[in-house]
Design a protein around this ligand. Structure first.
Ligand SMILES: Nc1ncnc2c1ncn2[C@@H]1O[C@H](COP(=O)(O)OP(=O)(O)OP(=O)(O)O)[C@@H](O)[C@H]1O
Ligand SMILES: [Mg+2]
Length: 284
C-alpha cells in the first residue's frame, strides 16, 4: 500500500515519502505550505489512489473538537418527549437515537480503513488540537451519555492541513509526521500544468511560466501568486486566446501581464508591479 502520485496530482519524491512514512508510523500527516499548493487535494488523491473512502472535516473558527466525535441532540429529544405520540414515546427512551456521530466516530467504526482529512486545523481556536490529542494518539474516545468506548477498528490514515495562521502545540506536533510542500520548482510546475492543460502550446507555456515566476519573485509582494492562481491564469489565457506577444516583451523587461487580476490579489501588489514597469520604461 504505497502512494506513488496519481494521474491528476503531481507528487514530488519527498511528498510521496512523507505520505508513506505517515502511513507506516500510523501517525497523522501534518501538511503545511502556501495556499494553493495542493494540500487539500493531496488527501483526496491519496484516498483515490489507495482506493480508500475519504472522510472530510473542514475546520472553521467556531469548530469544536467534540463535534468531530459526537454531539448529543438534547433539543430534539426534548421536543420528541413533548410530542409523546412519536413512536408511542419509544424513540425518546433510547438515548442512542439522539447521539449524532461525528467524522472521527465514522472513521473509527468504518468497515475498512479510511482516509480522514482534517482541513485547515489552524482556523480553530488554540484548544482544538489539544482536545484531540488522545483521540489521535489512541484512536479511541468515550461517550459519556451512553457509557461506551468507541475504539477504531482500523486506524485511519489522517491528513491534517494548516496554513500556519496559528502555531500548533508541541504535544500535538509530537504525534504527527510533518511535511512542508515547498513551492514547486519550474520542472515540477511544468508537470502540474501538463496535468491540467495537456495540449498547451510550448511557447505559451514557456512565456507564461517566465511571466509567472517574474511576478512571484518580485520583492515586497504581499501575496505571492501560487499554483492554483497560475492554473486559473492559464485557463484565462487559453479561453481568451491571448496572443503570445502580449506575454513576451522583446527586450526581456517586465511588463504588466494581461489579466493580471488572476495572479495579483490586492491593489498594493498591482501598484508595486506597475511602478516597477514604469521605472524600467524610464531607464531605457
Ligand atoms: N501537485 C499538484 N498537482 C496537480 N494540481 C495541483 C497540484 N498542486 C496544486 N494543484 C492545483 O491547485 C489547486 C489548489 O489546490 P488545493 O486546494 O489542494 O490547495 P491548498 O494547499 O489546500 O490551498 P489552501 O491552503 O488555500 O486550502 C487544485 O485544485 C489543483 O488544481
Ligand atoms: Mg486547502
Amino acid at each position: 500500500m504505497k502512494f506513488q502520485g496519481s494521474q491528476n496530482y503531481v507528487a514530488t519524491q519527498d511528498l510521496m515519502l512523507a505520505v508513506n512514512a505517515a502511513a507506516t508510523l500510523t501517525r497523522p500527516l501534518l501538511v503545511k505550505g502556501e495556499p494553493g499548493t495542493g494540500k487539500t487535494m493531496l488527501a483526496e488523491e491519496v484516498a483515490q489512489a489507495l482506493d480508500m473512502p475519504l472522510l472530510q472535516w473542514h475546520i472553521k473558527s467556531t469548530t469544536k473538537a467534540q463535534q468531530g466525535l459526537y454531539e448529543y441532540d438534547a433539543v430534539s429529544r426534548l421536543r420528541d418527549s413533548q410530542l409523546s405520540d412519536v413512536d408511542g414515546g419509544e424513540r425518546v427512551k433510547n438515548i442512542h437515537n439522539y447521539i449524532v456521530k461525528g467524522v472521527l466516530w465514522q472513521a473509527f467504526t468504518a468497515d475498512k480503513p479510511v482516509c480522514l482529512l482534517i482541513d485547515e486545523i489552524d482556523k480553530a481556536d488554540i484548544e482544538f488540537p489539544n482536545d484531540l490529542l488522545r483521540e489521535i494518539d489512541r484512536m479511541e474516545f468515550y461517550v459519556y451519555e451512553t457509557r461506551e468506548l468507541i475504539k477504531a477498528k482500523h486506524r485511519p490514515l489522517v491528513f491534517i492541513t494548516s496554513n500556519n495562521e496559528k502555531e500548533l502545540p508541541d504535544a500535538f506536533l509530537r504525534r504527527c509526521f510533518f511535511h512542508y510542500i515547498k513551492f514547486p520548482e519550474a520542472e515540477t510546475m511544468k508537470q502540474i500544468i501538463d496535468v491540467h492543460f495537456p495540449g498547451l502550446k510550448k511557447e505559451l507555456l514557456t512565456a507564461a511560466m517566465k511571466t509567472f515566476y517574474d511576478v512571484r519573485n518580485l520583492p515586497g509582494l504581499k501575496k505571492k501568486p501560487s499554483t492554483s492562481e497560475l492554473l486559473d491564469w492559464l485557463k484565462l489565457l487559453v479561453a481568451e486566446d491571448i496572443p503570445l506577444e502580449a506575454l513576451q516583451s522583446k527586450d526581456d523587461k517586465v511588463a504588466v501581464p494581461p489579466l493580471v487580476g488572476a495572479l495579483l490579489k490586492n491593489e498594493q501588489d498591482v501598484t508595486l508591479f506597475e511602478k516597477l514597469v514604469f521605472m524600467q520604461s524610464r531607464n531605457r
